[in-house]
Ligand binder design. Structure first.
Ligand code: CO
Length: 462
């Protein structure tokens, strides 16, 4: 029996998000899309995550338009997006009507696979997105936000995968955004999920720690169906391992990948000069290609380590780095072991920093941490002790329901707010994600005088 493994190519989303802050314009993509469609990928991850934000904020592009342009060319390969559950692509919890409309329009405009995850693995935050995906005829992939802690065991993640299946997921992703998934754990996790449920499994990791190729090898051996890789031009370091290298190695090991190596070479030839251009412009920092095993040593994502260090440097407190690093796991334990992914990684990092700087723990507390303890982000992986709750929110009673249950439908209000410039439901949803940048974007498109400053004329009488 031939062993099979398929590839999802990430250069259009995670690859460029990890290495050039998602600044690749659609014009860099379009000339190579046909070749990418013919290369034999299972899917192209090309939308969602930070792509939407970057289009509107930095590139003056309509992200919906990008999706339609790519869809028009891609006939054989699935188009995949990443969705942060009830946060969609924005930075707050949206009401259910917005979530449903957003998912429906994403699929209508060309998305096949919607990969959904929640930063806390609170499945209640994924309920609406999963239902909407199924209803709109899309493939729903439930993604486990992988993390390490004493409670994040193989049984814990297997139960989560089971829950995804019961909720209607068509496949499961083990999403290791921090690049801390070890090869042996990956193997055991896939074996156990495969023994428990019968859904395709995809593995997503990052090369930051220098172990990603080994993790993918063990994933393949354990029977993973799909792995996420990035074409060599934007691979390695903070991104995924290189597509070509993995394809060659796995083929030699007897796996059928379905990939056309000559086409992969063409894709790399297209993206190499684009990478060089970003390097010259300074947008591709040499550091993103570095190997950083600290993430594995401290069990803290690489991005979080460098953020903490630069925050400390700004205040001339570099000497506190080690202290803050030992405080991070303590804060995380206090807060019920949230996965260290956005936004929790920033929140836990800031709290650890404040605890060290104030010399008294929880003397200073950011508003977001209070809201988290109040249950407004969802359920913490394990219950927070009464002592810590008391320290952070006093006698306030946390909510126990799904956070979105407290939100009134808001689509009609949003429609009304942007009716001056929005022509389509896609426009309204764009505005809903990023009110300020969205309004500016649509305003400039609809009104040539939108950002012309109004002259103030001072009339003096004397
Ligand atoms: Co990723």
């Amino acid at each position: 029996m031939t062993k099979k493994i398929q590839f999802t190519e990430t250069v259009l989303r995670d690859g460029q998000q990890s290495q050039i802050a998602t600044r690749m314009p659609t014009s860099d993509m379009l000339p190579i899309i046909q070749t990418m469609d013919d290369a034999g990928f299972h899917a192209l991850e090309m939308w969602g995550g930070a792509t939407f934000d970057a289009c509107v904020r930095y590139l003056n592009e309509d992200p919906w338009q990008r999706l339609r342009q790519i869809r028009k060319i891609v006939k054989n390969t699935k188009l995949q997006m990443l969705l942060r559950g009830q946060n969609l692509l924005g930075y707050r919890h949206y009401a259910d009507d917005v979530v449903t409309a957003f998912v429906k329009k994403s699929i209508e405009n060309g998305i096949d696979i919607v990969r959904v995850f929640d930063a806390l693995n609170d499945t209640r935050n994924l309920q609406t997105a999963i239902e909407a995906t199924k209803k709109a005829g899309g493939h729903c992939q439930g993604a486990i936000a992988y993390t390490t802690s004493k409670i994040h065991t193989i049984d814990y993640f297997t139960d989560l995968a089971k829950e995804f299946q019961q909720m209607g997921a068509d496949s499961i992703c083990i999403k290791d955004m921090a690049g801390v998934l070890l090869p042996d754990v990956c193997y055991d996790l896939i074996r156990q999920i495969k023994e428990t449920i019968d859904l395709p499994i995809e593995v997503h990791t990052h090369a930051t720690g220098g172990i990603a190729e080994m993790t993918y090898l063990k994933a393949a051996e354990a029977g993973a169906d799909i792995i996420d890789t990035c074409i060599s031009s934007f691979s390695g370091g903070t991104s995924q391992p290189a597509t070509e290298s993995l394809a060659i190695a796995l083929e030699a090991l007897g796996f059928e990948t379905g990939l056309d190596l000559a086409k992969l070479e063409k894709i790399a030839q297209h993206f190499n000069p684009i990478r060089d251009r970003f390097r010259k412009e300074g947008l591709l920092n040499a550091k993103v290609k570095d190997t950083e095993p600290k993430a594995l040593i401290y069990q803290v994502p690489g991005g979080m380590l460098s953020n903490l260090l630069s925050q400390l440097k700004e205040q001339g407190l570099e000497d506190k780095y080690e202290k803050v690093l030992t405080e991070v796991p303590k804060v995380r334990a206090d807060l019920g072991y949230p996965p260290l992914v956005t936004p929790m990684s920033q929140m836990v990092g800031t709290q650890a920093l404040m605890n060290v700087m104030a010399c008294v723990r929880y003397k200073m507390i950011p508003q977001e941490i209070k809201e988290y303890v109040e249950g407004k982000y969802g359920r913490s992986p394990i219950t927070i002790t009464p002592e810590i709750k008391q320290k952070i929110i006093g006698d306030k009673k946390p909510i126990t329901c799904r956070p979105a249950d407290l939100l009134e439908d808001e689509l009609s209000k949003l429609t009304d707010e942007i009716k001056e410039y929005a022509k389509t439901e896609e426009d309204i949803l764009l505005y809903a994600m990023f009110p300020k940048q969205g309004r500016d974007f649509l305003g400039k498109r609809e009104d040539p005088f939108y950002d012309v400053p109004i002259q103030t004329i001072t009339v003096t009488f004397d």
